[in-house]
Design a protein around this ligand. Structure first.
Ligand code: HMH
Length: 191
């Protein structure tokens, strides 16, 4: 158990402190690396909406408002991605890269997992994303707007609300799976 804890701690750190995010903070990230990542994240958010809509369908009554709000926010996020992509001249019709496909497979496994496990994984996935972007702040680079978007108080509040629904005990393996997919997703942008 202690060994697993150590592995999980290292994974949390790896998923929230990444050279990609350091480069965004320092303004040294290249446009091509950022745009590749953004195109893949847009695909991921589409996949996440599919997963979350299904999770909402099987959620217990007290969890519905938070999860439904999250679905609406993901739809707005997809609109926002389209605006950003048009502005940056990114084609959002790119094929999914291996890390995006692998993450979508994990979301498919979560569809089949019990509700408690799936909602806990959702909280980890959102929390780690918030912490990761917080590590890129403050950014004076042209990407500052993105950093602000993903560290906004509204998003932090949503992550806290998901935290109230999550049950960490007994889901170490799943948490580890989510964290390693997050690391692989950042890795994809810089290789
Ligand atoms: C890879 N994880 C990844 N992308 C995201 N947009 C989120 C989490 C949060 O929605």
């Amino acid at each position: 158990m202690a060994i697993l804890r150590g592995v999980l701690d290292r994974l949390w750190t790896a998923a929230t402190r990444h050279p990609f995010l350091d480069a965004v903070r320092e303004g040294t990230i290249t446009d091509s690396a950022f745009d590749r990542w953004l195109g893949q994240d847009a695909l991921f958010v589409g996949d996440l909406l599919t997963f979350q809509a299904r999770l909402l369908a099987r959620a217990p009554r007290p969890a519905q408002a938070v999860l439904a709000g999250g679905c609406v926010a993901l739809v707005a996020e997809l609109d926002w991605f389209e605006v950003q992509a048009a502005r940056r001249g990114i084609d959002l019709g790119q094929p999914a890269l291996p890390a995006t496909l692998a993450y979508n497979e994990l979301l498919g496994r979560l569809d089949a997992a019990p509700y408690d496990a799936a909602v806990t994984a959702l909280w980890v996935l959102e929390r780690v994303y918030l912490l990761a972007w917080a590590s890129a702040a403050p950014s004076t680079s042209p990407f500052g707007e993105f950093v602000e978007h993903w560290t906004a108080p509204g998003f932090a509040g949503y992550v806290d609300a998901l935290g109230e629904l999550a049950i960490l005990d007994g889901h170490d393996e799943l948490v580890g799976d989510v964290l390693s997919h997050e690391v692989a997703f950042w890795d994809m942008a810089v290789v």
